[in-house]
Design a protein around this ligand. Structure first.
Ligand code: SF4
Length: 458
């Protein structure tokens, strides 16, 4: 199928990383712009490159890039566009020397020097994508693949693409999680995050932002053995956190037993796993008992003193990390957003750009109370939240009151003493400069083993 393509094509190339020194060019990405789009439209099996091909680009350069795939077929519904579009990630990563990350208008592609030297050009990439779409989805009768690198044309088409993304996200708005008996799961990202399972409900679109409930439903219908599948919700175990018996069973099975329980609407209690494709990360800031959110395009530092990339590293790869969760922008617009943790009332920090983007979705009375990236550390953040009387400030007061009440209660009932942990006599505490704070923690340990630096037990 790929005899005339100068590099290998297949799943064995998925997961290939192209570091900067090995990169011939970068396409789209955080330092440029671009998008990918699948549209149900008229098509005639055309391949087209508008703008410079790879051999006309300067080595080491970063270039705008768009890939538009038009598909035609009697059985194709518009609902399938999002799901087909998500496969672009997989298909481009099948090509030796091509690394594709993210989705929609966040794509980031690198071409390796080796692949370029072997003769790989954009027209080949378009051809591979066209062939794979037609092979994997026999209901696609005709498929055009148009790659654009002309900067003005990419910009012009990008605006149109964003309108289409918005329309897709709007279609789902009237449907509620309570209205349906089934959710959907997706394991497309298990090639690089083996324990990751996305659970997609009407009010919790996938964290990549590329697949909503209707997209998932259409995909599961047309390809029942594919990576997107139905999940029967089953008994609701916790309405506020969004815990369902059926969801837990499927997540356990599909994560090979690694994850046993997930809360759909919480970042603190059994959060969903995160792969690496998320549009934003929600992170807990213990000092203020609230959440910050950083999106992929944000290049500065969060009040924790670390950028998005470091935060993303904390929770990607299919891990379940309480306090961190990858989310899509569409989920932030949902009624269920962090419902189990207090919703928007618990959000204390956002990059300015993201806050503006969510202006219509953040409750009006909270908008001015949420800090932006002008606040760069926790001390400033605390001061800001107090001045603005952010709802989390009440939690600080309530928590200190709880401590006082608990202390009084202990005095009244001396026989309810907390268990005492005896550390070994030689234990000298933590190294200087390290502090551990535990909030609302319940710690249970049957055994504590302390190792010397040479690995021997103390
Ligand atoms: S992020 Fe989730 S929904 Fe999106 S492709 Fe990956 S597994 Fe599927």
């Amino acid at each position: 199928m790929f005899e005339n393509i100068p590099v290998s094509v297949g799943p064995m190339n998925e997961g290939e990383r192209i570091r900067k020194p090995d990169m011939y060019v970068e396409l789209a990405g955080p330092k440029s712009y671009g998008f990918e789009l699948v549209k149900v439209d008229e098509a005639e099996d055309k391949i087209e490159v508008i703008g410079k091909d790879l051999d006309e680009m300067e080595e080491g350069s970063i270039n705008p890039f768009a890939i538009i795939i038009k598909v035609k077929g009697k059985k194709i519904e518009e609902d399938l566009e999002g799901v087909l579009e998500r496969r672009v990630h997989e298909f481009l990563n099948y090509i030796e020397g091509v690394m594709h990350l993210n989705q929609r208008d966040q794509i980031w592609i690198r071409i390796s020097k080796d692949a370029y030297k072997k003769g790989l050009r954009l027209k080949h990439i378009a051809e591979v994508v066209q062939k794979l779409f037609k092979a994997e989805f026999p209901f696609i009768e005709k498929c055009d693949v148009i790659i654009i690198t002309d900067p003005d044309k990419v910009k012009e088409e990008l605006e149109k693409a964003r309108e289409i993304y918005n329309k897709r996200d709007e279609r789902i708005k009237s449907l509620r999680d309570e209205d349906v008996d089934v959710f959907y799961g997706c394991i497309m990202c298990q090639s690089f995050a083996p324990t990751h399972v996305c659970v997609i409900s009407p009010e919790r679109p996938a964290l990549c932002g590329g697949i909503n409930y209707l997209d998932a439903r259409a995909a599961a219908k047309i390809d029942p053995n594919g990576p997107i599948f139905e999940i029967k919700k089953g008994k609701c175990l916790d309405e506020k956190l969004g815990v369902y018996e059926g969801v837990n069973e499927v997540v356990k099975e599909k994560s090979q037993g690694a994850i046993e329980r997930v809360s759909l609407y919480s970042a603190l209690v059994d959060p969903c796993t995160s792969c690496g494709c998320f549009e934003a990360v929600v992170f807990y800031i213990p000092e203020v008992d609230g959440f910050g959110i950083a999106h992929r395009a944000f290049k500065g530092e969060t009040p924790l003193g670390i950028p998005f990339s470091t935060l993303a590293g904390q929770c990607s790869g299919g891990k379940q990390v309480p306090g961190f969760v990858g989310v899509s922008i569409a989920y932030m617009k949902s009624r269920k957003f962090l419902q189990g943790d207090g919703g928007w009332e618990r959000v204390v920090w956002l990059p300015k750009e993201l806050k503006e983007r969510l202006k219509e979705d953040i409750p009006k009375d909270l908008f001015d109370k949420i800090a932006t990236d002008e606040i760069t550390n926790v001390e400033e953040l605390k001061k800001f939240l107090k001045e603005k009387d952010h709802p989390v400030v009440k939690r600080w007061v309530e928590e200190s009151e709880v401590v006082e009440v608990e202390e009084e209660t202990e005095e009244e009932k001396p026989d309810l003493e907390a268990p005492v942990i005896n550390l070994p006599g030689e234990f000298l505490g933590l190294p200087s400069g390290i502090r551990i704070e535990l909030y609302n923690a319940i710690i249970k340990a049957e055994k504590i083993v302390i190792y010397k630096e040479n690995g021997k037990k103390k």
